[in-house]
Design a protein. Sequence first.
Length: 302
Amino acid sequence: MNSDIRNLDLNLLKALDALLDERSVTRAADRLALTQPAVSGMLARLRDSFDDPLFVRAQRGIVPTLRAEQLAAPVKQLLADIEGMLQLQVFDPSVASITIRLASTDYALRAVVVPFLNALKKRAPNIRASVQPVDNQLLLTQLDRGDIDLALVTPQSTPPGSHTAALFDERYICMTRDGHPDTLSGEISLDRFCALDHVLVSPAGGSFRGVTDDALEGIGRARRVISSVSSFLVLPDLLAQSDLIAVVPSRLARHRDGLCVVEPPVDIPGFSKTLAWHERTHHDEAHRWIRSLMIETVKNLD
């Protein structure tokens, strides 16, 4: 008996299935597009593998032994499963039930993830989304292990070897409360901009300096930053209840009830937002659809 699975050819199982159905070496050979001697040889190998005659001669053709009859259903199921594995799976978002894992910055959560989740709910109600903060130190490992499926990052922080798609280019604007005396005219002077008290978002926490300060330093000016917070989400409340001013990405100002938006009086370099994913999900039909939906959703916001 040769019971080592490494020695069991898949074609032998196909031959066994055909023999069980046809009860004839000749008809099984025709079905498999093989010669009768070839199928007879395969039957000999099957007998060796299962240590059983499997078929015995009868008045008409051959009949299976009890062992062969026991193998019939498992072999047919195994062949069907393998064939199913090889078939291209058609993805239907309306009935799909999977979980997608997103890594997002605080800013991208508001600018990308919220509208994306709204679109996802309408088109794929059974797909769940798990969102967690981006950790640039761990992101490559998380993508490799499958802990993260999609990451919303900048080109500079994209893990090496990742697949990417550009989402959009972002610019900065100034926000104050409605009725702020320095933005009533719809613009703000450089002198007033530098004189006002500023609040700055420092995702890592604790910093009082950002790209705005670098831009001001380039023209020999400086501003007064009196507050540093770790989340963009708290900014509307801070601004609405004070005369503070903040420089923020423009997409955060789209829903700005009670807030005023003006252009900065200094040229501040913007940034790009990128969608990144791992090779392991690159060709998966469900993930391709999800990525396309996110890209489409973002473009529809422009």
